[in-house]
Design a protein. Structure first.
Length: 317
């Protein structure tokens, strides 16, 4: 009888793991933990975003709706909570066998600091994603040169961060979704952007495939309108801030690297084995800031993480 009970548990684990791993081939919002949310800008202030519901439970709810149930082990009497943990551990072991992917993203360029990002991408031979602001690109000859460097560098992919950056009046900007949409469309046309991929200024919103994660409702209608017109909207998992004038980091290099590593190890980013880092171009206008970025890249390389473009997010197995 005991052997039969073990067999039921093994059969359940193998069956459910197979179903779950199959769904992970199209995995977009299932993470085995919590999604981190950094502070989000609301005009001249910053507002903390509540911690969302654990995404593991979201996926479990979905499985239950699809009438996938636990096999009851009447011999060993393993409760559902324990079996969930067993499944989570099994999934983590499976993900650990796969490569881990990092997405280095830089917002607000071209700005002073963009040339250094371009040079570092070449020197380190890594893929970099930049979310551009048309108003900045058209602010002078120096910024146009920076934009040209980005466009001519095959290691850099250019995406849409709006034309005006919402004039830094985010709540007002998003109060009229149609006008906001036109601003993104103008940016796409003006900069001749090739990919319908955007990041909303001041908002950590994700809408792509079957994923919809909203931080502040004032940006949700604009994001929905963009998605309805063929755009993918991407946020971030980890943010790194460096004082643009002094090069002194607000978060230490070790803290940011440790956070990225933790998200990848514990599968707690938006998508397991994928972590998106947010930075800003003007953080790297000083030698100190540039050295810190180079050190971060070296640390990530030592872990054998793979650098990817946002157009390929998320990497699926």
């Amino acid at each position: 009888m005991r052997k039969k009970g073990r067999g039921l548990v093994f059969l359940f684990g193998a069956t459910l793991l197979g179903v779950w791993m199959s769904s992970c081939q199209n995995l977009s919002s299932a993470a085995l933990g919590y999604v981190n949310r950094d502070s989000i800008e609301t005009d001249d202030q910053q507002e903390s975003v509540p911690t969302p519901k654990p995404l593991l439970l979201d996926k479990w709810d979905s499985l239950q709706r699809n009438q996938i149930h636990f096999v009851v082990d009447t011999v060993r009497k393993i409760d559902i909570k324990t079996q969930k943990k067993m499944l989570k551990d099994s999934l983590k072991q499976e993900f650990d066998k796969k490569p881990k992917h990092v997405f280095l993203t830089f917002d607000d360029g071209p700005l002073v600091g963009s040339a250094a990002i371009d040079s570092l991408a070449k020197a380190k031979d890594i893929k970099v994603s930049v979310f551009l602001v048309g108003k900045h690109a058209n602010s002078g000859k120096a910024r146009k040169r920076d934009l040209a460097k980005y466009e001519n560098n095959p290691l850099i992919a250019c995406y849409n961060h709006s034309y005006t950056h919402a004039h830094n009046r985010y709540t007002y900007f998003y109060s009229n979704p149609a006008t906001a949409f036109d601003d993104f469309e103008k940016n796409e046309n003006d900069l001749n952007l090739k990919h319908k991929i955007v990041r909303l200024p001041g908002r950590n919103i994700w809408i792509y495939d079957d994923v919809r994660k909203i931080d502040l409702q004032s940006g949700s209608s604009t994001a929905d309108l963009l998605f309805a017109n063929g755009y993918k909207v991407y946020g971030w998992d980890v943010e790194w801030r460096i004082n643009s004038l002094t090069g002194v980091p607000v978060q230490a290099l070790e803290t940011v690297f440790g956070k990225m590593k933790s998200f990848l190890n514990y599968k707690s980013s938006m998508t397991p084995n994928n972590v998106v880092l947010l930075m800003h171009d003007d953080m790297f206008q000083t030698k100190k800031g540039q050295e810190l970025l180079g050190q971060l890249i070296d640390n990530l390389k030592k872990e054998n993480y793979q650098f990817e473009f946002m157009e390929d997010y998320p990497i699926k197995y």
